[in-house]
Design a binder for this molecule. Structure first.
Ligand code: DHB
Ligand code: FE
Length: 297
């Protein structure tokens, strides 16, 4: 049986990818950000998954106003890093896992979630920046990512976007799907995007540390309550692009979701998830970077 053992949550700011590609990670501006991912890169080596389900959003790269799937699963054998205007990032192509992806599509659609099936897609910074942060610099030709990746795209760009509640429920359906796959696979699920940021309009540059950290506390300890956060709260408190955070609830929904008193660490250890790593940094470009690694108990 395949099993989801851990989840990773991280922002996906495109300038982070550019800083890595241009060799700027040790500059004063970037160093504190990359230091926060040192633990994570080692953790990835120590806890290498067989497959990553990577929940991300496409930023009008593979999709456009021509076609806007709310949820889309990549069933292809491989995906090319997209050209977002400055040429494709110099990173390895992303190998898929068509067998597990088509099994998830089948199971999740039968559980009443409508997924778009994607057999050809270029992947933008929403997917490649989290991989770079967690796996470090990679030569586009000589290296490869540590394991196959199933891209799972969510529309958080063009309204209407799905609620946190629906994303959380979808995560549960994905867990059920994975657990009904015959092969013994160690699966990780990643939720990406966020945290607070707004890229345009009168409130451009908005950052809300207090709200971000309270949301993280609740997402870890009481995901059921967190899932009920209304859409307007994300936009008001975390900025228009803060809505990317609903994608984190897909990954959280796929994990153990027993709620507990955040001050009762024994209960947390016994029943729910273990926080292997937590990091928060402001700013990276216009964004508050949040990062978590959760392991299932
Ligand atoms: C930035 C952040 C994003 O999530 C994104 O998709 C594009 C830009 C930024 O902070 O620059
Ligand atoms: Fe984004």
């Amino acid at each position: 049986m395949a099993k989801i053992t851990a989840s990773v949550f991280t922002s996906h700011v495109p300038a982070i990818g550019a800083a890595m590609d241009l060799g700027k990670t040790q500059e004063d501006y970037w160093k504190p950000l990359f230091t926060g991912y040192e633990y994570s890169k080692q953790w990835m080596k120590d806890n290498k998954p067989d497959v990553i389900i990577l929940v991300f959003n496409d930023h009008a790269t593979a999709f456009s106003l021509d076609m806007i799937p709310t949820f889309a699963i990549g069933t292809a054998a491989e995906y090319t890093p997209a050209d977002e205007g400055f040429g494709p990032r110099p990173v390895p192509k992303v190998m898929g896992h068509p067998d597990l992806a088509s099994h998830i599509a089948h199971s999740v659609i039968q559980q009443d979630f409508d997924l778009t099936i994607v057999n050809k897609m270029d992947v933008d910074h929403g997917l490649t920046v989290p991989l770079s942060l967690m796996c470090g610099e990679k030569d586009p030709v000589k290296d490869s990512w540590p394991c196959p990746v199933i891209p799972f795209a969510v529309n958080v760009v063009q309204y209407p976007v799905p609620s946190g509640q629906r994303c959380f429920n979808l995560g549960k359906a994905i867990r059920k799907a994975v657990e009904s796959f015959d092969e013994d696979l160690n699966v990780h699920i990643w939720g990406t995007g966020g945290m607070s940021h707004q890229l345009q309009g009168a409130r451009a540059g908005l950052i809300n540390r207090e709200w971000d950290n309270a949301w993280l506390d609740q997402m870890i300890a009481d995901p059921v309550a967190c899932a009920a956060t209304p859409h307007i709260d994300y936009v008001r408190e975390a900025g228009s692009e803060g809505i990317e955070l609903v994608m984190w609830l897909i990954a959280r929904g796929a994990m153990s979701d027993v709620s507990y008193d955040a001050t009762d660490l024994e209960a947390a250890r016994a029943h729910s998830v273990r926080v292997a790593h937590r990091f928060y940094h402001v700013p990276a470009s216009n964004t508050a970077v949040g990062h978590l690694i959760l392991e299932n108990n």
